[in-house]
Structure formats: C-alpha cells, structure tokens
Design a protein around this ligand. Structure first.
Ligand code: RI2
Length: 333
C-alpha cells in the first residue's frame, strides 16, 4: 500500500462547519483523486485507514462533535472518485460501527472497525485468488486489461499451485496501467507479451481467458471496469474466449438494487493529449471516460471470495450482503 497513508502530517485542515478534517484525510483524498492511490481494493483500504487516523487524531470535545467530524471526513473521501463503489462500501463499514457514549469509546470502535475491514479485504483477495485459480489450467494464456490486484491474485494462486501461465497484457491507454500488470506478472514468473490496445483482437486467438478486475458490479451483473473492457469482451465473445472478472464483494454496488445507475468518472483531457499536441491539432473536443460498462451477456464468470457466480445471479449475493439497498451514514444527522 502507498506509504503516504501512514505519514502523520502536522497540519490540520478546517473542514465544513464545525468539523475538522485532518491533513492525513486531505492527503489520502488528494492521492485517490490524482490516482496516486488507485485500484478499487487499494482505495477501500486507504479510505478505511484514513478514517482510523481521523479518529485517532481527533480532538473533539464531545461524542456528538466526534461523530460530526467523522462524517465530514467520510464525505470528503467519498467525493474523490464516483465510480469505484469500494470507497463508499469501506466508509459505510467503518461508520456503521461508530458506537459509544464517549469519544474514547468511539475512537476504539472506529480503530477496531478499520482494522477488521482491512484484514477482511486482504483475506477476501486471497480467497478470491484460490477460486479464480481453479479456472486456470497449466499452460494457459490469459489476456489482461488495466491493472487489478484481484485479477493478479488469481494468477498468483495458480502459479503457487504449480501452473505455468503466460500473459498477453494490453497496455491500457490513457495511463498505461498495463505496464504495472506486466511488471507484476513478470515478477510472478509469468511469460509476458505487451501489446497496444488496438492489437487485442489479433491476439485473442492465442488466449485461453480474458481476465479483468472491476471497479463496480451492478445488480444485473453488468461489470464497470477500465475503459476498453467492454470492447475487449465483445471481441472475446466473438472469438469464443471466456471472460472472467475477478471482483471481491466490496465491488458490488448496492444502490443498483434500487434502480440507481453507476456514474462513470470523466477524467482530465491531459491524460489523453498534451496541451502542446492539442494546440497543434487545433480546436477539438477531447473526452476521457475512465470506465465503461460490460453487459452481463458478455461475461462468463464473476469470481469473488464467496465463490464463482454467473453475472445474472450476482444479485442474490448482493441481497444477502446488503439487504435491499445501501445506507449513507456520512450524510446522517
Ligand atoms: P483492484 C482499476 O481502476 C481498474 O479498472 C481495475 O480493474 C480496478 O481498478 C480494480 O482494481 P483505477 O482505480 O481492486 O486504476 O482489483 O482507475 O486492484
């Protein structure tokens, strides 16, 4: 995890109303927004740790003031990236355990909740990896898109089982996050071939699986993942290559059970084209959506720490985990 998470910064930032958001929460929020901290699981871990630090450094004079402060900190973190649902899921997990009559009781409970959350997150990824590894056979070739710690956990578990795997890694414009995947797969002992995104269809005939992560999973089984995933899935379907999505249950989007849609994050145009190049091209519009939606009919399996699910049945797991829908404890009075 990003070492910045554990820096204790002396400055404090005065937040909205009478609440005080610590410099650590400010720094984590800034890093999530700038994608210094990125990947749905890593974002969730960072957000839970930031709430823990907020609680520890709080100088609130009363339990009421403490609660207000925690909610303001959670709102501040919540507003950084709209698509990765792991962020509100992490904030909800911690804030729902904010019980106690005194500040020190509340602090202890937040600490315990954040620690438990991060522990569960690590455990979930390990368990998910074991499930995903069962889909991979010795000698298989996987094609990857972007960088996902959940997807890599499946490969790692398969390698630990003694399976020999190769990977075709899409570079994943605009931020080339495939380079991180390439490096980490190589470190696992996997043979890696890096390709540009537009070469994916040509190389699909050499792949046994498309393996991707997810930022959010909707109740109908749609997968919201890095831009380009849906096109890859359509091509893989056409070529008969199965598409496997590795996603811990923290990626399940509870609001989609009650009809809400997932907001797709639009990022800065400078990720796509430099100011200099843009000026040379002339007066053009640039769009930079970070994610797209792959419909369930283009996905073969969603692999979670609770087992493997056909996308259409993921809603049963969502109901079990979230009831009928989400709460927003950061907006409560
Ligand atoms: P893990 C990334 O998004 C990718 O879309 C990836 O599939 C997803 O996070 C999940 O990552 P971004 O945060 O939680 O880089 O599996 O925009 O690590």
């Amino acid at each position: 995890m990003n070492s910045l998470l554990f820096l204790v910064l002396p400055l404090e930032f005065k937040g909205m109303g009478d609440s005080t958001i610590t410099a650590d929460v400010e720094a984590v929020a800034g890093d999530i927004e700038a994608m210094e901290i990125r990947g749905a699981a890593t974002i969730a871990d960072a957000a839970a740790q930031a709430l823990r630090t907020q609680a520890e450094e709080s100088e609130a004079a009363s339990a009421g003031a403490f609660r207000t402060e925690m909610r303001a900190a959670a709102r501040h973190l919540h507003d950084t990236r709209p698509t990765a649902v792991s962020l509100p899921n992490a904030l909800r997990y911690v804030l729902q355990r904010m019980e106690g009559a005194t500040v020190s009781e509340l602090q202890a409970n937040i600490r315990a909740a954040a620690d438990e959350f991060c522990h569960r997150l690590d455990r979930a990824q390990e368990d998910l990896g074991e499930v995903g590894a069962n889909r991979l056979r010795d000698g298989d070739v996987v094609m990857t898109h972007c960088h996902s710690t959940d997807a890599l956990a499946c490969v790692e578990a398969a390698v630990e089982q003694g399976k020999d795997l190769s990977a075709i890694v899409k570079e994943t414009r605009p931020r080339n996050q495939g380079h991180i995947t390439a490096e980490q797969l190589r470190e696992l002992g996997v043979d890696v071939t890096l390709i540009v995104d537009s070469a994916a269809r040509r190389y699909l005939d050499d792949a046994d699986h498309v393996l991707v992560g997810a930022d959010s999973i909707a109740a109908d089984g749609s997968v919201i993942n890095k831009i380009g995933t849906s096109g890859l899935a359509v091509n893989a379907r056409e070529r008969g290559v199965p598409i496997m999505v590795a996603a811990q249950t923290i990626k399940l989007h509870p609001a989609t059970m009650t009809g809400h849609t997932v907001e797709i994050e639009m990022r800065d145009e400078q990720e796509v084209v430099s100011d200099e190049d843009r000026a040379e091209i002339g007066d053009i519009a640039v769009e930079n959506p970070a994610f797209d939606v792959t419909p369930p009919r283009h996905v073969d399996a969603i692999v979670t720490e609770r087992g493997q699910f056909p996308p259409e049945s993921i809603v049963t797991l969502m109901r079990e985990l979230f009831g009928q829908g989400p709460t927003e404890p950061w907006n409560e009075e």
